[in-house]
Design a protein around this ligand. Structure first.
Ligand SMILES: [Zn+2]
Ligand SMILES: [Zn+2]
Length: 361
């Protein structure tokens, strides 16, 4: 193979630097992926700007939303060579007690690229073959996407996908998505694909306008509104739309204290609150409301690799749109892109594309 290049973090806040690495070669159960694209997630920024510790020591390439082509494989993974794949953001071991019971997202041996192992802001990566999601490139071209666009399936699409599956969204449900940025925009589209009627809440009119074109029935800007105002607006909407005033399904995707408090405040009888976004901040809530409303709150870490093909199918059949929500940048612009994402100046999710893209080794 050609020389692989990684853009590594050496210390918090220090510019990411390009490092060449020799001799990348897959073990018996691993594959070597030539990366087509890697999405920039807020989790990456948390490591870089906020001092959240990675499990693997620095220097480390961040990045866990990876798509690419398998160009080499170990003896037990030979069937993957030549295939286009999405690499799961959380790769369970597949063998331990929790994995055998279908709970791979809590596998203690799970590997997350850009945290437990070298990540996707690189030209190549070695990952376990277990859990890879194969992509049919002919269908991809037919829907007007390229393989780099699909990097966001790993995390931005699959994480809310699993949350929607766990919540059991179905036709007739009123679904509220709080925060319709990189993850919430997909939560809204997926919930709609499952038959829900979706209300989107955000503080950005741009983000609300972007999802309004994707089947969201009602958008609400939370700025200068109390939770009580928002709840009564949704109640009126439910009334005029013939939807229930109970059992709302609420996805908290903002990952902010204010957003979490709003989402909790929208609970009604039999409601389900899905905590998808992350923040270190503490929210002030009356936990007993869960009891009084006979409601439930569920968390969600990543997504089981077994669900990736179903999530990919929603993208390939056009029910979940990716193109309006992503923008591609050369990997070599990584420092500029990180700054822009951190400053909130990008409207879409950034995907970093290695410069060598297209030049197959
Ligand atoms: Zn992420
Ligand atoms: Zn396991």
């Amino acid at each position: 193979m050609k020389q692989a290049l990684r853009w590594v973090m050496t210390a918090k806040d220090q510019p990411l630097v390009a490092m060449t690495c020799e001799g990348l070669s897959p073990g018996p159960d691993e594959v070597l992926v030539e990366i087509a694209g890697c999405g920039v997630c807020h989790t990456d920024l948390g490591y870089y700007y906020d001092g959240v510790k990675t499990k693997h020591a620095l220097p480390l390439a961040l990045g866990h939303e990876i798509s690419g082509h398998v160009i080499e494989a170990g003896a037990n993974a030979a069937r993957w060579v030549g295939r286009a794949v999405v690499v799961p953001a959380v790769i369970p071991c597949g063998q331990c007690d929790v994995c055998r019971r279908g709970k791979g997202t809590i596998c203690p041996q799970q590997k997350m690229p850009g945290n437990d192992i070298q990540g996707g802001f690189a030209t190549h990566i070695v990952v376990p073959a277990h859990g890879l999601c194969e992509v049919n490139e002919a269908r991809l071209a037919a829907v007007g996407l390229d393989l780099a666009d699909l990097s966001v399936i790993a995390d931005a699409v699959t994480t809310p996908y699993q949350a929607v599956v766990q919540a059991g969204v179905m036709a007739g449900d009123l679904v509220v998505v709080n925060g319709v940025g990189g993850v919430g925009g997909y939560a809204a589209q997926i919930a709609r694909a499952f038959g829900g009627t979706v209300v989107a809440i955000d503080v950005s009119d741009d983000k609300l306008a972007a999802v309004a074109g994707q089947g969201v029935a009602l958008t609400l800007n939370a700025r200068q509104k109390t939770t009580r105002d928002i709840k009564s607006a949704i109640q009126s909407f439910a009334k005029t739309s013939g939807l229930r005033q109970t059992e709302w399904i609420i996805f908290e995707c903002s990952g902010t204290r204010a957003g979490q408090e709003t989402a909790f405040g929208l609970l009604n009888h039999g409601a389900t609150l899905c905590v998808v976004g992350f923040t270190m901040d503490k929210a002030e809530i009356r936990l007993s409301n869960l009891m009084a409303f006979h409601a439930r709150a569920i968390g969600n870490w990543g997504c089981l690799p077994e669900l990736y093909p179903q999530a990919l199918e929603l993208v390939l059949d056009g029910r979940v749109k990716v193109a309006p929500f992503v923008e591609k940048h050369p990997l070599s612009d990584i420092n500029k892109v990180f700054e822009a994402v951190h400053a909130g100046s990008l409207r879409r999710r950034a995907i970093l594309v290695p410069n060598s893209q297209g030049a197959r080794s």
